[in-house]
Design a binder for this molecule. Structure first.
Ligand code: EPU
Length: 301
């Protein structure tokens, strides 16, 4: 989707930087995604005005964070993508509270807090993506989920058109699911973290990193786990038992290291990846009678 010069100029007045015709394959960890105009929002305060302007001009839009858990269609996309400022996102610590911008890198936040003797989030260290994306999905690994530490979230609420602050108890955090509305935009979070000496936190981080390196294809293009685990089961184990490691559709392949990671081995299209997801889901359904639910978020046109 293209923003015309007139609208581009008005957006610029609101401090928005317009980057025309950006291939989103360069913005996602899967290396998949079509092309569209990208808008970089420099100031939180102007978000409501920017959103009103886009609504007035009938410009569909989506927010893209770290791009690590999303599968985007091929070709020219019928919406523009919005980004929050990612250069030097704010992070500060006061006692046991950490205040972090949603655009911050999740691993960067864990390390920043660790250096200030605040722990608890060791398991999240290797989870790629932004703090905002982690909040939305309630990212978790090795027994840790970010939601456990959230006390406040500042967000732009599309349904009211306003910036709002939600308290932790007003938000539901479940397994890879939260009560945020799909069009809420995470801006900032306050976490409350347990005190722990940096050395101890580092030791925990090292163990998680080793486990991850041993079991996940970290050097390949992926979106992490494709499916949520069914209650009491493991999607990866079932797909592995079906002998589907290495199974391919075009350049989309079930990882031969972890069967719930689907990797882009060269130039996979979204269509390839979707077919692979459907084929594997169907095989699991037929054999185990379980309908796997996507963990990766598919941006349908
Ligand atoms: N397994 C296999 N074959 C495989 C993969 C796994 O037999 O190819 C077996 C393992 O041996 C283990 C069991 O399945 O007995 C579970 O595997 P693993 O410990 O790797 O955990 P997982 O349930 O597959 C979950 C999260 C990961 C997170 C790890 C570590 C989901 C969908 N996945 O994976 O999160 O990193 O635990 O805590 O909840 C993600 O969310 O994108 C993600 C990668």
């Amino acid at each position: 989707m293209r923003i015309d010069n007139k609208l581009g100029a008005r957006l610029q007045e609101l401090g928005v930087e317009l980057r025309p015709s950006v291939p989103l394959s360069e913005k996602t960890s899967l290396g998949i995604g079509g092309t569209t105009d990208q808008l970089l929002l420099r100031k939180f305060e102007t978000i409501p005005d920017v959103m009103h302007l886009l609504a007035d001009e009938n410009i569909p839009h989506r927010f893209l964070g770290g791009g690590t858990n999303v599968l985007i269609s091929d070709g020219e996309l019928p919406y523009v993508v919005l980004h929050l400022p990612t250069s030097q996102p704010g992070m500060r610590v006061e006692g046991n509270a950490a205040y972090v911008d949603a655009a911050a890198d999740l691993g960067g936040m864990v390390t920043f807090c660790a250096k200030r003797d605040l722990g608890g989030m060791e398991g999240l260290i290797g989870v790629p993506g932004s703090v905002g994306g982690a909040l939305r999905m309630n990212a978790g690994a090795y027994g840790t989920q970010i939601g456990s530490y959230v006390r406040e979230v500042e967000l732009y609420r599309a349904s009211t058109g306003k910036l709002e602050t939600l308290r932790g108890d007003d938000i539901r955090f479940d397994y890879r699911h939260t009560s945020f509305a799909p069009d809420d935009v995470m801006l900032r979070v306050k976490l409350e973290l347990p005190s722990k000496p940096y050395k101890e936190i580092l030791a925990g981080i090292k163990i998680c990193n080793e486990k991850r390196r041993a079991s996940q294809p970290l050097n390949q293009k992926s979106a992490g786990c494709i499916f949520k685990n069914p209650q009491g089961g493991s999607a990866g184990r079932m797909i592995d038992e079906l002998g589907l490691k290495g199974h391919r559709v075009g350049d989309a392949m079930v990882s031969d290291r972890h069967a719930n990671f689907f990797v882009n081995v060269a130039n996979a299209s979204c269509a390839d990846m979707l077919r692979l997801i459907d084929e594997v889901r169907e095989r699991v359904r037929v054999t185990y009678g379980i309908e796997l639910e996507n963990e990766v978020i598919f941006w349908k046109n």
